[in-house]
Structure formats: structure tokens, C-alpha cells
Design a protein around this ligand. Sequence first.
Ligand SMILES: [Zn+2]
Ligand SMILES: [Zn+2]
Length: 460
Amino acid sequence: MKNMTAQQAFDTVIRSKTEDLMGISFDCICGETHGVPIKYLSMGSGAVERAGAVLDDFGFGGRGVAVCDRRIESTVVREVMSVLSAGGLDLAIHPVGDGATLIKPEVSGSEIIAGEIKGKADYLVAVGSGVICDLVKYAATSLGIPCALIGTAPSMNGYTSSMAALSEEGIKKTIMIDPPRCIFGDTAIMRDAPVEMVRAGLGDIISKSICNADWKLSQIVKKTYFCPLPFRITDKSEPEYLEAAEAIGGRTEEGIRVLTDGIMRSGLSMTVIGTSMPSSGAEHFISHYWDLMALKEGGKKLLHGTQVGVSTLLVLDLYEWLKGFRIKRVSMEKLESDYPTREEIETFLEGKFGVYSEGIKAQYLPKYLPWKEKKAELQRIVDTWDSIFGELQPYIRPKHTAARALKKSGAPVTCEDLGKTRNEALEALIYARYIRGRYTILDLLADFGVLEQAARSILG
Ligand SMILES: [Zn+2]
Ligand SMILES: [Zn+2]
């Protein structure tokens, strides 16, 4: 991208094929330098057949260890291994998990893998989906060795992300790691993934517009950094996956190709700027909240993207509700008398989240402002409300378009479809904002004293 202006480089990036974004680096119109440190991405049927030659080309040498979920070791992984072997790549297999239950996305699990593999591998290859890939990316980073990813399900957007989404003491965190060097999204393998995982991939990426609305809102209210590039990267694939929703649910070759491209672009939209903000807003916090409650109360944990699809629709409803909110009629005196002190918040969080409250306090309390500062922030919002809402509009999609696509794919659409009660949905809408430090629509509504009212209204 040498000799290009920032605008020319920006336009080139958003027009580029996904695979062609690997290795780019350029000065953006936002004033920052962006880049994709991943060297190679290949999608399509048969992509892993060339893995041996590709890893050679990209500097993988010595002993390689493939890390996989023990639950798919005897099926998917053996199949992948025989293809790799035919292509001249023989790897030792390191299965993890008990072979029966879901592997937990936890930092401690990744540290165990790193400890077991230390000194036995010169590089790692993750053969799996979200959790395995995140565990391997983190383990490879801590061992200081490169890793490659072979996706087995298009169920989430983390393959191309330079972050790992792992929990520490129940709190989901996005941790910066060394990005994978090579990624293979072989649609012939991904097609065979369980259909609920495929539908979950659609649920994860259908949230992109609303994540960017929250990110934009944070820029306007909190003056945080914002760049329009990530949204434009994912926006390019949106009409394609909305159109292909039925084919995605049917796991056709074309459906899986479109979905795989969509999830890879979504991961890249984070990698290119080095934060997860373009891919994680209020809808992700609602999903993380449900995960935390499942952990705390021993409930059933659902797939990330399955929850995110439904919570995206809830947040779209909140933005719609916000449109009709008469913000100028808000009484600052009433808000002041209801405003909690920092101590009151701490006591509330300890009571609500119990053993997880320390981690939650560390996330939430930096977001807390003394009333004087909060009042000034709220007054600014009231004074400029029309222009704020105008700036958010390009990122807000009609709910029915997203709902229709999820439905066509066969994915859950309502909280009821997820097996969540109205109260579980209500609690998530009200309390999810405490579990992450970022500012979203949930904070805005809470600060104006109408979050519960809005949540009850949209849940009917
Ligand atoms: Zn930028
Ligand atoms: Zn996600």
C-alpha cells in the first residue's frame, strides 16, 4: 500500500478479498497505522490439503503438535490428520478435555496445555473451533512458539482474531496474544460441523452492526477511539450472509463458504485495529452474563453465537426503544437523588455476584463517575441528543432483517427458544453492563434511569 493516500488505502482494504488482507499494513484515515499480522489465510474446499507445503513456506519447522478436543479426536481430527499426512505433514496429537463434557475457555486450562507441551513442540496446530483455538493461541504465545489454526466449525469469529476470549475466575476477558501465523478454513471440513455450531456462527456475526453502534456511542459519550474501518470490513459480507441464511442452516457448500468468509472478516475487523470493540458490545455482555450465571448457578451453558444472535435482537429493540425516549424531559434532580455512591455499588456487586464480585468490580468500577462528572456527561448527551442519534443511525439495522435471517437458518430467535425465562432475559439486560468496563447502550439507559423500564417494555 505504498504511495497511497490514507483514503486510497482505506478504500482498497474494504474492497479487498478476505485472503488478500493478510500481512497488510497501512496508515488509516483515523490517524492510526493498522495491520494484519497473520501471514496466510486459505478458505474453500480442500484448503488443508496444502497445509504441509504452506507451513514450510511460512517458517514452521521442527516438531509440530496438533491440539484438539478429545471429543472429536477419533472422528474429525483423524480425518484431518490423514489429509495432512498425505500432504507430507505428520503431527503428534495432544487431545484435551475428558472426551465427554465441553472444554472450558479458561486461562488456567491453557496454562495446563502449555505446561504439558513445553519442550516437546516447536509449533502448535489447533484443530478445532473457538475454545480449542483460543486455548492454543494463548498457549503458543506463552511458550513463545508459532501456531496455525485448522477450523472445524464456522461457529465464531475468533480464528482471525489477535485476541483470545478466555475466562479468569468466571470473568470473560479478551487477552491480546500473538496472532496465529496461518489459518485454514476448509469448507469441506466445516460443512460437517454440527448444525447448531454453524447457526451459532451466523448468530455471532449478525451482531456486527450493533457492536459498532455501541462502539460509536462510546466514542461520542466517552471520547474513546473509533475507526470506521472495522464496520466497513464486516459490512461487505453482511448482505451475503443475510441472503444465504437458509443455505447456511442447510450447510450447503455455498452457505458454509459465505459464513466462513463472514466470520473470518469479523475476526479481522478486530485484529486490524487491535481491540475487540468492533465485535463486542452490549449483546456480547448479555451473552457473557448468561455464561456467568450458568457457571454461578450450575445451569446449562449454550454456544456463544447462539446466545449472541438472540441478544443482538434484544439490543436492536433497545435502540428502537431509545428512538422514542424523550431524553430532554429527564429530571436531573431525580437522577441525582437516585445516583448510587461508589460504596453502594460495591456492596451491590458483592451481594449480586458473590465469589465473582472482585473480578466484576475490577471491570465495572473504572466506569463509575462521581455525580458531578456524571451530571456533566448526561447534560452533554441531552444537549446534543439529535446529532448523537443521527451519528448512530448508519450502524443500526432493522431488527426484522436479522430476525428473519436467524429464523431462516433455523437458529433460535427468542429468549424462549434459548430456554431462558423472561426473568433471566430481564436480569441479563439490567445487570450485563456490570461485567465489562466498556460503555454501551445499557449504560446510557441506566444512567438516565430507564434501563429497567426499557427492558420490561421490549420483553413485553
Ligand atoms: Zn483506522
Ligand atoms: Zn462473539
